[in-house]
Design a protein around this ligand. Structure first.
Ligand code: ADP
Length: 260
């Protein structure tokens, strides 16, 4: 609580009354803490690829440039780091646009089956490269949802991309599209590394990573973006896992057509 007190002169000028102004600042302090944490997180995420780039450039300057094979290898590694920076900046901008309500959703009835299939297909090459089986199963060929198809495809891609990232070769990813009561749902299930049950809710926080080393260059923003997009559709999103080594299951729902 913030208090502002100023004496009000009494009739005889003796300051016998006091005006007190009370203001609840806990909310302000909380916002400030969140802002500070955000800046610290962004700085940390930027620093890692920049440090890697710096050392690669320095080594090139110190002579590695003379050996063409080494130079090419270094360039390829620099490319990876530049891509990481570009992705982080894109995701930060995207998150800020969504959070400030600047993303306009074009919601209309869409066949969710098509949206999900198209999203999953875009990642099939990556799943194959990793030796992970990717399967899409649908209850019916047409399941209508009220959605912005581009944004929902982005959510699907995000979940499938994570599933691939956290599933070792030989594993399997199953994407299901089905109807619920007044909603429709998409589930992305994998046989990968799994998540400790007590961390499940935190996955959707900005920058949250279960294991920094394991997340292999991820930004920790993907699920925060997915959550905002799903909530903006009046849908729900959550994660389930029986524990480490037992795979993970992410589900999101959207309003069914006619369920206004
Ligand atoms: P990242 O860019 O790190 O993947 P996300 O926001 O997409 O960021 O995910 C946050 C964290 O949630 C990941 O770093 C990882 O620890 C965990 N996670 C997400 N998807 C899965 C999954 N399918 N299996 C296990 N862990 C996952």
């Amino acid at each position: 609580i913030d208090a502002l007190a100023s004496p009000i002169p009494g009739e005889n000028g003796t300051g016998s009354q006091v005006l007190l102004l009370l203001r609840d600042v806990t909310e302000l302090r909380r916002a400030e803490t969140i802002r500070q944490e955000f800046v610290a997180n962004v700085s940390h995420e930027l620093r890692t690829p920049v440090a890697a780039l710096k050392s690669l450039v320095e080594t090139l300057e110190e002579g590695a440039l003379e050996d063409e094979e080494v130079a090419r290898d270094f360039l390829a590694r620099m490319h990876v780091e530049v891509d990481k920076l570009a992705q982080l900046i894109e995701e930060l901008l995207e998150l800020s646009r969504i959070e400030s309500g600047k993303v306009e959703l074009r919601i209309h009835p869409v066949n969710l089956v098509e949206v999900v299939r198209a999203g999953a297909e875009r990642l099939r090459p990556q799943a194959e490269r990793q030796g992970v089986d990717l399967e899409v199963t649908v209850e019916q060929p047409e399941i209508l949802a009220l959605a912005d198809p581009e944004r929902i495809q982005q959510v699907v891609i995000n979940l499938v991309h994570n599933a691939i990232k956290f599933t070792p070769p030989g594993g399997r990813i199953t994407v299901r599209v089905y109807s619920l009561d007044r909603e429709v749902a998409v589930t992305v299930q994998d046989t990968g590394v799994g998540i400790e049950p007590e961390l499940l809710d935190r996955l959707f926080e900005r920058f949250f990573k279960v294991d920094r080393a394991r997340s292999a260059g991820g930004t920790g923003l993907g699920l925060a973006i997915a959550k905002h997009l799903v909530l903006a559709h009046r849908g729900r999103i959550w994660a389930e896992s029986e524990g480490m080594g037992k795979g993970a299951r992410f589900t999101f729902t959207l309003p069914a057509v006619g369920a206004a």
